[in-house]
Ligand binder design. Sequence first.
Ligand SMILES: *[C@@H]1O[C@H](CO)[C@@H](O)[C@H](O)[C@H]1NC(C)=O
Ligand SMILES: *[C@@H]1O[C@H](CO)[C@@H](O)[C@H](O)[C@H]1NC(C)=O
Ligand SMILES: *[C@@H]1O[C@H](CO)[C@@H](O)[C@H](O)[C@H]1NC(C)=O
Length: 276
Amino acid sequence: MALHFYLSILSIAALVLCTSADYSSVNFSYIGPNGPEKWGSLSPAYAACSNGKVQSPVDLVYTDIVINNQLESLDRNYVPTNATLVNNQFNIGVHFEGKVGDIHINGKNYSLKQLHWHAPAEHRAHGRTHDAELHLVHLTEDNNNIAVVASLYNLGDPDPLISKIEDKLNELEVQSRVGNKNARIALGTFDVEEINKKIHRYYRYVGSLTTPPCTEGVIWNIIGKVRTLSKKQLELLKAPLSVDFFHNARPLQPLNGRKIEMYHYHPNQKQGTKTP
Ligand SMILES: *[C@@H]1O[C@H](CO)[C@@H](O)[C@H](O)[C@H]1NC(C)=O
Ligand SMILES: *[C@@H]1O[C@H](CO)[C@@H](O)[C@H](O)[C@H]1NC(C)=O
Ligand SMILES: *[C@@H]1O[C@H](CO)[C@@H](O)[C@H](O)[C@H]1NC(C)=O
């Protein structure tokens, strides 16, 4: 009874919060009349979703993959940083306030700003659809260039990164159930050292954001090694979302002649050395 009363108060508070511009801003969906085929017509700003020629995600098919020995390693050194767990309504993510760390691509530094999950995976690799995908979104200092590092997941052992936020994901679900669809929960100092591990193989191509406005020119880096997450963790990542977004993977987009480059680590190749 007491809990019910408490939840009612929360709902009223949440209803008031719902009138914020943030809440009404998500008008695309993964099913129904505002599904992926319609994204381009929902707003002139979303035109690339239907007119774009270099869109994401794509199928990483062996025949379209070329080894490029000039690619640099994607070594990262992310440091613990103050972070917030965010219900973006179309997915669940973590936003960082301070400097987490950079990746270096073609002489530019891209700084990690946020990460989020999609389920099932958006990129197809190894001839199959994986169960989930993590996107680490990096921006250049002027915010004009985007590079994403993506990890694919299969169901299996729990993912240590998600394990750290399971309680907070539960909290996000409670908030969602009382109507606070775009809740934010402080995580304090969030340590992403889990994802600092050396990358032995990754796939690089130029594509787009996989959600509106489908902005092109995004440098994608899909890590070859597949991670695992537990069934419970997969459920936790979906629970705070409305049913329209339980499946939040955009369909595969045509490569339109793009090649996918592959980086392969060679122990006897000095880091940053260009092989002739
Ligand atoms: C969908 O949202 C975008 C971004 O907020 C907005 O520009 C557009 O007008 C909206 N479209 C419709 C049909 O509501
Ligand atoms: C961390 O982020 C929270 C939520 O945005 C904020 O209230 C808090 O002051 C931040 N702490 C530090 C040490 O910056
Ligand atoms: C990129 O960051 C490194 C340190 O991580 C720094 O030495 C370098 O000058 C930066 N490059 C640019 C182009 O800002």
